[in-house]
Design a protein around this ligand. Structure first.
Ligand code: GLU
Length: 333
């Protein structure tokens, strides 16, 4: 039984690029009679906005998607909101520390930028971590666990806020993506030891997504190709935690005519914009499907009507470009 998921972050309105990923993840699960899980990734306190979770879920339902488990419908793996799953992340951090894979890190972003040797080096998480704090004991910075009721060694003389980083071993990580084929990346070379819990004690995305996909029995993670470098890191976390990784399908991004990610462009069109403009959800579904080979431009069809058309083989492997005229037609301008 396939278990898929969509994991939105309530940091902004869902734009068409997010909606496309959600639609494809949903189609992948539904086409095989599988279950679909909605998980809200609200771990970034500085960026999460109140009310957006509800608005995002309402927009996805308007589009015609449904889910068997999620914050609004419950399910066997509740809660489905990451800020309420902290105890699970703490347990995983303790396990990583026991395996010698964590260290505490006092470096600020500024320290790291100053230490970066190459001006253009590094990956999607900034310059490669230079290893400054690798010898630092993580235990004073762990939450108390059953084995260590006082929280490791009972505090540290150093009161600076510390992040926890995952200790990397050099080498490539390879995996077979359902769409992209064999992908090999070396996360130790591009990001280096990465943060698994931030200085404000909030679990980092990389850790939370691994813990949650495993705990929720997710068999397939369908998500944007911008997350490929993260996947390599996450596979290392699955291994270190002794957990099975799901299969991955990374969907190529949607780009504007200028080659920039639609999602990142100023004024990206959101589902809420389309709704407010009176566009029918069937039109949005068909428009999204037409950007990935599943519908012809101008068609109208519901998400459910698209299910029989699902085929990984029809999906493009390279980013799709949409021009402003196509967006304007969608919005009926
Ligand atoms: N919360 C992540 C995002 O919105 C999703 C990451 C994932 O699907 O693993 O980008």
């Amino acid at each position: 039984m396939i278990r898929g998921r969509f994991a939105p972050s309530p940091t902004g309105a869902l734009h068409l690029g997010n909606a496309r990923t959600a639609l494809l993840a949903w189609l992948h699960a539904r086409a095989s009679g599988g279950r679909f899980v909605m998980r809200v990734e609200d771990l970034d306190p500085g960026r999460v906005r109140p009310g957006l979770m509800e608005a995002q879920l309402a927009d996805l339902r308007w589009l015609g998607l449904d889910w068997d488990e999620g914050p609004d419908v419950g399910g066997p793996h509740a809660p489905y909101v990451q800020t309420r799953r902290t105890a699970l992340y703490d347990t995983a951090l303790n396990r990583l520390a026991d395996a010698g894979r964590l260290f505490a890190c006092a470096c600020s972003r500024r320290d790291l930028a100053a230490a970066a040797s190459a001006p253009h080096g590094g990956g999607d998480e900034g310059p490669r971590y230079p290893g400054t704090c690798r010898a630092r004991d993580p235990r004073p910075w762990l939450a108390p666990s059953d084995d260590q009721p006082n929280g490791g060694e009972g505090g540290s003389a150093d009161t600076r806020p510390m992040a926890l980083r995952f200790r990397m071993e050099p080498g490539e990580v390879c995996f077979d993506d359902l769409l992209q084929g064999r992908v090999c990346l070396d996360p130790s070379a591009d990001a280096g030891d990465f943060v698994v819990r931030r200085r404000d004690w909030v679990a980092a995305y990389q850790l939370a997504v691994v813990v949650d996909d495993a705990a929720m029995g997710i068999t397939h993670a369908v998500r944007g190709a911008d997350l490929l470098p993260s996947t390599a890191r996450q596979i290392l976390l699955y291994r270190a935690l002794g957990l099975a990784a799901p299969a991955f399908l990374h969907v190529p991004l949607l780009l504007g005519a200028d080659g920039e990610r639609l999602a990142k462009r100023h004024g990206a069109v959101s589902l809420a914009d389309a709704r407010a403009a009176g566009v029918a959800p069937e039109r949005v579904v068909a428009w999204l499907a037409s950007t990935c080979g599943l519908a012809a431009p101008g068609e109208e069809l519901t998400a459910a009507e698209l299910v029989p058309r699902w085929s990984v083989k029809r999906l493009p492997r390279t980013p799709s470009t949409v021009d402003d005229a196509s967006l304007a037609r969608l919005l009926g301008e």
